[in-house]
Structure formats: structure tokens, C-alpha cells
Design a protein around this ligand. Sequence first.
Ligand SMILES: Cc1cc2nc3c(=O)[nH]c(=O)nc-3n(C[C@H](O)[C@H](O)[C@H](O)COP(=O)(O)OP(=O)(O)OC[C@H]3O[C@@H](n4cnc5c(N)ncnc54)[C@H](O)[C@@H]3O)c2cc1C
Length: 374
Amino acid sequence: MNSHRVVIAGLGDSGVLTAIRLARHADVVGISAKPALVSGQELGWRVSRPHDWARANWIPFDRFRGLDRVRTVHGTLTGLDLDARAVLVRHDDGTTSAEKYDALVISTGVRNGFWRQPNFQSADEIGADLRAAHESVAEAASVIVVGGGAAAVSSAANIARTWPDKRVDLYFPNERALVGHHPRSWEQVRRRLVEAGVGLHPGHRAVIPDGFACDRITNEPVQWSTGQPPASATAVLWATGRVRPNTDWLPAELLDENGFVRVTPELRVLGQPGVFAVGDVAATDPLRSSARNRADALLADNIRAGFAGRPLRSYRPPKRRWGSVLGPQRDGLEVFAPNGHAFTFPAWSFDRVLMPLFVRWGIYRGVRTNKPLS
Ligand SMILES: Cc1cc2nc3c(=O)[nH]c(=O)nc-3n(C[C@H](O)[C@H](O)[C@H](O)COP(=O)(O)OP(=O)(O)OC[C@H]3O[C@@H](n4cnc5c(N)ncnc54)[C@H](O)[C@@H]3O)c2cc1C
């Protein structure tokens, strides 16, 4: 029997992986507003081919073998009592309970656009959201994508490739998109966008209407603060990278001036022994890159080291973004290294090697067959 209780607050990409790594070493409780891992990745794939996307990116918790020993609680985190060492959780029936911890992992991520929101949802509601976004883009004759990050670029490319007859335009504020990536990555992705027929519009900074949180697909003309005439399309997809941390349940003393959780290089929350943060919510570095750089492994080791009185290790972030931008395509999956060079996994290897062996076994330590999106 494990004597230490670890509470994982937020079971998204980083929370699930941290829970899996700790499951055999502690009594782990994971709390999440969703009944599944619903990844915030690969927006273009998600909007254009939601069935395919869901197979890889929407995985109910009971499908993860590594979570069999973890107790998952479907609820919304509403508070943290540092003195009592407990988090407060609101349940679907309106009641609230407290979950006590010896170590707490804050991994509630960020909200971003219509595709990444921390609201309490059932599986049916998640499916309805996926279908609604897909249908509004499928029915549109023309699409504007606003934004210059990976979500925007991948949306424009995937929409244009899925529906070659649609007019698709990508508007971004700088001379190039993907400014956090190496210039070589952008050059390669730019060629792919042009091949797919996407109209590229650099130097366009959109005016975000007052009170609009960029959290739905719109159809009104888009105005530009950079002076160009307004642009119109049947569907406007906002991927402006205005991420907001999901930290309204935390005491302000844990947060930096932008609302992210302040952490030491060991991913410890400053001044709070036993409290850690990881993923997009943790202010580790300017790109807040600990999720994609798999700091869940380091964090799990550090939590165990903390219990055993051993020294903790530090997270060392790379300076540039890396990873896949466009997601899996008919001609393979391109993954960009921090130096901008791309490695392409052939298309055949995605379903036969990459997903079953590398992702489901290598990363998640076993995932039972996923139920398809109906
Ligand atoms: C294996 C892996 C591969 C990756 N590959 C890439 C890549 O190729 N390219 C790239 O750009 N990035 C990649 N990333 C990173 C990715 O873009 C994000 O950084 C990552 O999804 C962030 O994970 P997270 O756990 O911090 O947040 P999330 O996955 O958003 O998880 C947060 C969770 O907390 C829940 N939550 C929030 N608030 C509450 C609350 N109050 N109560 C209850 N629950 C709440 C949310 O609903 C959500 O489920 C990768 C990440 C991983 C782990």
C-alpha cells in the first residue's frame, strides 16, 4: 500500500502522463473537468477530420492501462487550501468536496479559442463540440484563419487540403508566421501552404472586437489595425494565441503577473513545499514548454525524490518551438526539430508503428482500443 497521496489537478496532456508515471509509487487522484484526455493539439486535423483526430486525441481515462490504479474525479477545481493541503472540487450535482494531498501537481493548462476550454463536459458534449466546429467549416464556401502560430497554420493547411474547392486565407501579423519556430521550419511550412492553395497575408493584425474572447467561429468582416481594408469569409477561425491560464481557482500569491504559476527550475511552486506545476500553466520559460518537452518524467522523479529526501533535478527548456505543425497528412507526418530540420514519418507508419508502438505503448504505456466518434 502506498502511503503518499498525490493529487493531479487537471488531467490533460501533462497531467495524464504525470499520473501514469506516479501510479505505481503513490496513491494518485486525478481531477478533471472532462471524462477523458481531450488534447488541445492539432487544431487543423481536429476541424477537418474529427473522426481521425478523435481516435488519437480523445481518449477516455478508462482506456489508459497506466491509469488503472489512479482514481479519477470528474469535477471542476474551485479552490486550494494551502494550510489544510487540500483542493476543492465542485461535482456535477452541485456539491463540493475536498481532496487532501501530500504532493499537488497543478496541470490545469490554458484556455485558447473554441477548441480548448476548461468547462465541465460530458462525453456527449465533447462530441457535439467537435461536430459543430467541423460542420461550420465544412459548410463554409470561404474560410479566413486569423493568427500566425501552429494552430492557425495547421488549420489553414488542413482545411485547404481537405476541401480543395474552398477559398482559404491565412492572415498573420508579422512578416512570417511560426515566429517561435526556427525560420527553416516556416520556410518548409510556407511551401506546403502555397501548394495547398492557401492565400498568405503577412502584416495583418486583426482588431479583436471588445468583449470577444476569440472562442467561436464568426462570419462578420474582420478589421485590421494595420490599415488594410476589411476581409470577409463565410467562416472566420480565430487562432490568435491569446491563451489564458486556468488558474482562477488558485490563490493569487502562487501566480506571476500574467496569471501563470510561478515555479523553480525543479517545477516546485515557490515557497510551497509539496506543490508543483507542469505544462502550459507553469511559468517555466518564455514558451512555457514543459508539456511538449515531456517534463512529466522529471516532475514524477522530483515528487518521488521529495518524498524520499533526495535532491531534485532541474528542467532545461530549449529556446525554440519544435514538433509537428500540420499533423498527419496523406504523404506522412513531418516533425520539426528545434534547429528547423524536418523529419518525415512515412504515412504507412502512422497507424502501424507510430501510434500503436511509439505513442500508445512508448508514451502512454498501453491504451485499450478507443471507441470511435459516432
Ligand atoms: C506527448 C506530447 C506531444 C506534444 N507534441 C507537440 C507538438 O508536436 N507540437 C506542439 O506545438 N506541442 C506539442 N505538445 C504540447 C501541447 O501543445 C501543449 O503544450 C499541451 O497540450 C499542454 O498540456 P497541459 O497538460 O499543460 O494542458 P491541457 O492538455 O490543456 O490540460 C489541462 C486540463 O486541465 C483541465 N482543467 C482546467 N481547469 C480546470 C478546473 N478548474 N477544474 C478541473 N479541470 C480543469 C482542462 O479541462 C484540461 O483537461 C505535446 C505535448 C505532449 C504531452
